[in-house]
Design a protein around this ligand. Sequence first.
Ligand code: UGA
Length: 436
Amino acid sequence: MDKICVIGAGYVGLVSGTGLSEFGHNVICVDHDEEKINQLNDGIIPIYEPGLKSLVEKNYNNRLHFSIDISKAIKKSNVVFIAVGTPQKKNGETDLSFIDSAVNIIADNINDYKIICTKSTVPVGTGERIEKIILSKNKSTMFDYVSNPEFLREGSAVNDFMIPDRLIIGAKTSKAYNIMKNIYRPLYVNETPIMNTSIETAEMIKYAANAFLALKISYINEIANICEDVGVDVHEVAKAMGQDGRISPKFLHPGPGFGGSCFPKDTLALSYLGKKFNKPIKTIDAAIEVNNNQPMRMIEKLNILLDNKISGKKVAVLGLSFKPKTDDIREASSVKIIPELVRLGVTIHAYDPIAMKSFRNQFPDINYFESWEQAIRGTDACIILTEWNEFRGIDLKKVKSLMTTPVMLDTKNILSISKLKELEFKYDNVGRKFPI
Ligand code: UGA
């Protein structure tokens, strides 16, 4: 079994490191954030990710360790994964400073042959840059560089790690490829497709895949917008489209626009790359533009539901995270919509089953409630921004009885239109015409 060091105990590093320990390897997850490492050593998981806590507990101190001693962990390992953050500069370019500092520490601690493998999403050409940095500091060729992008979704990351659709291993030498393949042995014996590509191809695959999924969402959102005008149900359209195997039914759910730490950042990075090579990727630029407009369309809808008199109203916002089963609010529609509503003079009553702490840190001045019932009480309208199961099964009769006026904007299309009609809600959604 391999000795593995994972640099960066964020959601990619933590899930991957834990998953690799479950595969039987000895893993040390390292991070310069001492508080995070202390929490992990105390059994506290710093992120909300279903299934992660039990998997950490199962492997902790047996094959899974947490440490701040990055140099020691590198020296002890034969494979070093880089899973640090790659934030974005204002112009869309990727900020590689965390990658660079990880690579410099690695270069200083190569004491034996090692695989240096990047899991973070990095622009095409970063592998070459990493190799150069290591070689400039360490003249030995006692390493092989590998690009092994991850395809984990927040909220189902453990499952995605254990049962991936495919593995991409960008490796130059058969030695490196075979070591990597062996690391994922439990997967390839289960016949998970593995592709051995060049390093640059692996880097490009990640951006092309994420941007394509984002494009699909913007596409269905535009179709949804026009469906409203022509009196068509977008879900019927999406279902029929998805029955064509070439299209697939996934990622055709309309809504207030995509968010999270990946799609918004990766589409901008791909767009930046296109412009850099004087080959603008117009489809992705359009997907970004559509996504920027979509939250503002939701505000227009709410204003119309409130007879164009939104100022001074009390609005319950149900759902703050960028998707269910996570406490992540990065680029969530709530982050775009709530400040604009506040600017328009709306009093917000917010509730989310998991993400209120993260949201409160960023927006301390709005009103938070401990349940949807409390949040909704005495409000003039309600807007659903995240499709938590708790809201799918919400008791609409009770909702109506608690609100001042029964006005509902369901941006995730999770409520029953017939039930809303029956209860005489003033109602709107995305992509289905409904008399209001
Ligand atoms: C995404 C990819 O799905 C993963 O494969 C990838 O590994 C990850 O980015 C990453 O690069 O690390 P994630 O951002 O966790 O995963 O979440 P998704 O489930 O892809 O959802 C992203 C956004 O699109 C959410 O705001 C979601 O609500 C929205 N979405 C998704 C829609 O609006 N409609 C859909 O049909 C699907």
